[in-house]
Structure formats: structure tokens, C-alpha cells
Design a binder for this molecule. Structure first.
Ligand SMILES: Nc1ncnc2c1ncn2[C@@H]1O[C@H](COP(=O)(O)OP(=O)(O)OP(=O)(O)O)[C@@H](O)[C@H]1O
Ligand SMILES: [Mg+2]
Length: 237
């Protein structure tokens, strides 16, 4: 089933078009990659899906219902949770308080509390620093916190914007391992990444985006390989 469907979506910054006629979809239970060069329109796409930007044309459906133009908090309540570019954790709040914010939209308060404890068990480094300010964590640790916080909203769809940017290779491996693990647990994921090769290797399907939010390629890793792989894609098919 299509969980998220964008059809002919246009987004402008003032008069400048950033995304032009974008159509894409994410099926339930899948990990879909969205890769492309700097300035292609990836963050703009995520901002539009999460209600931060309003498309000037097109439809965005979540579980078959139109969500384009709704306020971000309303979209969050439909079950979309974003790990934003550059992580953006709350630096002065403790690790535990950051996690509590992740559960703030939930009504099942008792279960949410349990889930925080479970999340601390899942990420030992967060458990270790649970009462420390978020600012004290390293980049990789902050990324774990940002992902844990997003998961605590119990999203139907987890969106991540370049979660491995600026991280050391070993930590990049950990983040990709975590994403694979989440996928195996049935979390539906839309992953925006600069690390295209790694993304292709774990994704069910990938979109390669060019400047202007134009989709250059859409398909599985095997289909991409059959057309010459990423190297060809980046020169242009
Ligand atoms: N707030 C803004 N005002 C005007 N133009 C913007 C704004 N944000 C982004 N743009 C422009 O829109 C286009 C798409 O930017 P976007 O941030 O979506 O790209 P991206 O694919 O996420 O790039 P990166 O990989 O560098 O994060 C770029 O040309 C960018 O300069
Ligand atoms: Mg971006």
C-alpha cells in the first residue's frame, strides 16, 4: 500500500521554483532512498511533506488523505516524524528531556514513559548521558538522540534528512545499521542521503533527484545497476 504519495508537486521560494512537478511514493514497510546533489531539492521536498512549506501545486497524500498545506503539528499527528538536517536537538535540555519531547504528541502517557526507558536501553550512550545536556554529546551521539526522539513519536513514516552528514566512518556504519534494523522491525522510512552508494545498498527503492526536484531515476538497486549504476546516473543517463 502507498503510505505517502506526491503527485506533480511544485514548490517555490518566492518566485524561484525549487521543486518542479515532483511525483514519488513510499510504500508501507519499505525503505525508500532519495539521493541527489547539493541544492537538488531534497530538503525542500521533506519540508513540504512535513508542512513547513506549502506546495504551489500538486497533491500530497498520506494513507490516501490529502495533507498538503496542513500545519506541521497536524501532519505530525498523522504519524510523520522528521529527523531534520543537522540534527537540531535541544542543546540545553538533558538527553532524557529531549526524548520526552519526542513523546509530547502522544496520548498514551504511561506507555510513552515505558518507551523512553526502552529507547534508553536500545541506545546505551543515551542511557549513560541521560541527565547531561544534549550539547555535551558528540555528533554521532546527537544523531542517535535525534533518531530516538523521532521514533518516540511512534511514526507510521520516519523521514530522515542526511543523518550521516559530518559523521566519522564508523559512526556512519552504525547509523546505516540502525536504519536497516528499523526497517526489519517494519518501520517505513524515507531516507535523504548524500551517501548514495550506501543508501542504494539498503533501500528497497531509490529516487535520484536533479536540480529543480526533477527525478532522474526511480527504481531498485538492481534496476539502477542494469542502467550503469550510480556513476552513470551522476553523469546523466
Ligand atoms: N529558504 C530558501 N530560500 C530561497 N531558496 C532556497 C531556500 N532553501 C533552499 N533554497 C534553494 O532551493 C533549492 C533546493 O534546496 P534544498 O535545500 O532543498 O536542496 P537539497 O537537495 O536539500 O541540498 P543539500 O544536499 O545541500 O542539503 C536550492 O537551489 C536552494 O538554494
Ligand atoms: Mg538538504
Amino acid at each position: 500500500m502507498n503510505l505517502l504519495t506526491l503527485t506533480d508537486v511544485w514548490v517555490r521560494y518566492g518566485r524561484v521554483p525549487a521543486v518542479q512537478g515532483l511525483s514519488m511514493h513510499v510504500d508501507e514497510g519499505q525503505l525508500v532512498g532519495l539521493v541527489g546533489n547539493n541544492g537538488a531539492g531534497k530538503t525542500t521536498t521533506l519540508s513540504t511533506v512535513t508542512g513547513v512549506l506549502r506546495p504551489s501545486a500538486g497533491t500530497i497524500e498520506f494513507e490516501g488523505k490529502e495533507i498538503a498545506g496542513q500545519a506541521p503539528d497536524r501532519i505530525l499527528r498523522h504519524g510523520l516524524s522528521l529527523v531534520p538536517e543537522n540534527r537540531r536537538i535541544f542543546a540545553r535540555l538533558s538527553v532524557r528531556e529531549n526524548l520526552q519531547i519526542g513523546t509530547s504528541g502522544r496520548k498514551d502517557r504511561a506507555k510513552a514513559k515505558e518507551d523512553i526507558e526502552e529507547m534508553l536501553g536500545r541506545f546505551p550512550v543515551l542511557e549513560r548521558y541521560h541527565d547531561q545536556p544534549g550539547a555535551n554529546l558528540s555528533g554521532g551521539e546527537q544523531q542517535q538522540l535525534a533518531i530516538a526522539r523521532a521514533l518516540l513519536a511512534r511514526p507510521r513514516l520516519l523521514l530522515l534528512d542526511e543523518p550521516t552528514l559530518g559523521l566519522a566512518p564508523l559512526i556512519v556504519d552504525q547509523v546505516f545499521d540502525l536504519l536497516e534494523q528499523l526497517k526489519s522491525e517494519g518501520v517505513t522510512i524515507l531516507l535523504v542521503e548524500q551517501n548514495a552508494a550506501r543508501t542504494v545498498s539498503i533501500a528497497d527503492r531509490v529516487y535520484i533527484m536533479r536540480t529543480g526536484g526533477r527525478i532522474e531515476f526511480e527504481g531498485t538497486g538492481d534496476e539502477l545497476a542494469a542502467r550503469g549504476g550510480l556513476e552513470t546516473a551522476y553523469i546523466g543517463f
